[in-house]
Design a protein around this ligand. Structure first.
Ligand SMILES: [Zn+2]
Length: 424
């Protein structure tokens, strides 16, 4: 359920290349069909071109210098890759990475889960090439290496079949101008991995390659955050692999939270209807997950009357703030430490705070709604590094005071799609 900020986010690219507008639409479509590869780590690739090597100080991590990415390249949250090295006649392509900065996200089990021992981190990223990647026989191989400084911890080569499996199906079908590969690694939490070297090879008569060395960080959340809802909620969409939030970097770690019946913790709807009133979450309190200052508070965006198609911003030019057409009524809280909470799709007329207000953790900011590009009543939440979506990186987030009511071994241990979160 729920697609928030997809088409807007890619506008910056559309400015440069007309064909990219289609991509924006493609990603919006992807919201409704998104499937996830879950936190399953990088599965072994099919036989073609696969190769692994043990830790070595002489692999790609030592051969390819890390490139510092200037801050201005992170605007619109789309990092234009600067190749660290190239070979051969490189085609006219634009390389992009989503998100603009690679963060390891802790998937440490929440209380109540019966999960494997030891901390784990997930690391997800998309590599996209726009333009003439079809020349010279196309991209025939990619290779990632996980680095600890100049030491290469692991290298994995991906042949055509493996790459095809990582391509977004709708992108492949509808926009041949784009080549994409999504990667989702699961790392032991104590693994000292601080970089990824990514190499793409073109085939044909004059083989060529581009290599990038991307820094990887483990983000330490600064703000103590609670669940922004008072009652149990189910994650209707998270941020695994190709889920729709992963179409844009500020939402890289976003969660769509739908209210569930407080007794069964199962039903999202009170009856079979699809009107907003048929949803348990509709009108529930949305509260500040952490203290701070309100830097955006938008009201007046009409509620979509029922679950289904969200509001199309193009049909509502009167919504002068383009974010509002997508995010609906929303509140952004500056936590005072370069962390900002974004709460979207709130009910029209329910916004209880104004720009400049100080809020305390747990204070009411609005009611759960269905405004903007929302496919049903739910709260979209994400933490980000600036006060405006699309303009900066999303940040990994972990709530305090939350339990996941599962008991089975290996059942959900992190807030992924389908997980119920219960405030304690
Ligand atoms: Zn969302």
């Amino acid at each position: 359920m729920g697609h928030l900020l997809t088409s807007q986010s890619l506008q910056g690219r559309a400015d440069r290349r007309p064909g990219l507008q289609l991509f924006a639409l493609v990603l919006s479509l992807a919201a409704s069909t998104g499937h996830s590869n879950a936190v399953a780590g990088e599965p072994p690739s099919p036989a073609s071109g696969q190769e692994e090597s043990a830790a070595s100080p002489s692999g790609p991590c030592s051969e390819t210098p890390a490139v510092e990415y200037p801050a201005e390249q992170l605007t619109r949250n789309q990092l234009k890759l600067l190749p660290a090295a190239s070979e051969g006649p490189v085609p006219d392509v634009i390389g992009l990475m989503i998100p603009g900065r690679l963060y390891r996200e802790s998937v440490q089990p929440y209380p109540g889960a019966n999960a494997p021992a030891g901390p784990l981190d997930s690391l997800g990223f998309w590599i996209l090439f726009v333009g003439d990647h079809g020349t010279q026989g196309g991209i025939v191989q990619a290779e990632w290496s996980l680095c600890s400084g100049k030491q290469t911890l692991e290298t994995r080569q991906l042949g055509p079949e493996s790459l095809k499996a990582r391509e977004h199906p709708l992108i492949a079908e509808q926009n041949p101008e784009l080549w994409s590969a999504s990667h989702h690694l699961l790392l032991p939490g104590d693994l000292q991995a601080d970089g990824v070297v990514y190499k793409v090879r073109w085939g044909g008569q004059e083989p060529a390659s581009l290599t990038f060395h991307l820094p990887v960080e483990r983000y330490e959340q600064k703000t103590a955050l609670r669940l922004p809802l008072d009652e149990p909620a189910r994650v209707e969409a998270g941020h695994l692999a190709v889920e729709h939030h992963r179409g844009e970097g500020s939402q890289w770690f976003a969660l769509d939270l739908a209210g569930v019946d407080a007794t069964t913790l199962a039903a999202v709807r009170t009856s079979d209807g699809l009107d907003n009133e048929n949803f348990h979450g509709w009108g529930r309190n949305v509260v500040a997950p952490g203290s701070g200052t309100v830097v955006a508070a938008r009201d007046g965006v009409p509620d979509n009357p029922r679950a289904g198609k969200g509001l199309d911003p193009k049909e509502h030019p009167e919504l002068d703030d383009p974010v509002a057409g997508v995010a609906g009524n929303h509140v952004v809280i500056d936590h005072g430490n370069d962390e900002f909470s974004f709460l979207g799709h709130l009910q029209q007329g329910s916004i209880a705070v104004a720009v400049g207000d100080s809020v305390t953790q747990g204070q009411l900011v609005g009611l759960l709604g269905n405004s903007g590009n929302s496919s049903g009543p739910h709260l979209h939440y994400h933490l980000m590094a600036c006060g405006q979506p699309f303009r900066c990186n999303g940040l990994p987030v972990r709530f305090e005071g939350v339990e996941i009511p599962y008991e089975g071994t290996f059942e959900s241990y992190a807030p992924v799609r389908g997980t119920v979160l219960v405030p304690r």
